[in-house]
Design a protein around this ligand. Sequence first.
Ligand SMILES: [Zn+2]
Length: 105
Amino acid sequence: MMKITRKYEYRVEVYPRSLGDFVMARMSDYVIEPDEEKRNLHYKKMCEEIASKIKQRIGNVASANVICDCEHLCSYCGHKWDEDENGLPLCCDEAQEEFKNAIHT
Ligand SMILES: [Zn+2]
């Protein structure tokens, strides 16, 4: 069987300008805001402003929504979350310990 690709639900994807992009010069986002959570909140706010302006000023727009990628991480070791078929975390002893304690309580 040959794989086919069906293209559908065309839409516009808009990225905000990076924090360190001053048009004439560029710096790392990390230099502007070292805290990742604050950096992400800043981007979220910029995206909400852009979506709001798109809705107000551009025709042929049914909706403009802010979306993001997300991933699950372990709060103990910071690695990407992975678990076996029983839900046991695979990344570190601390996560496994908490899982085992949660089951036995
Ligand atoms: Zn872990």
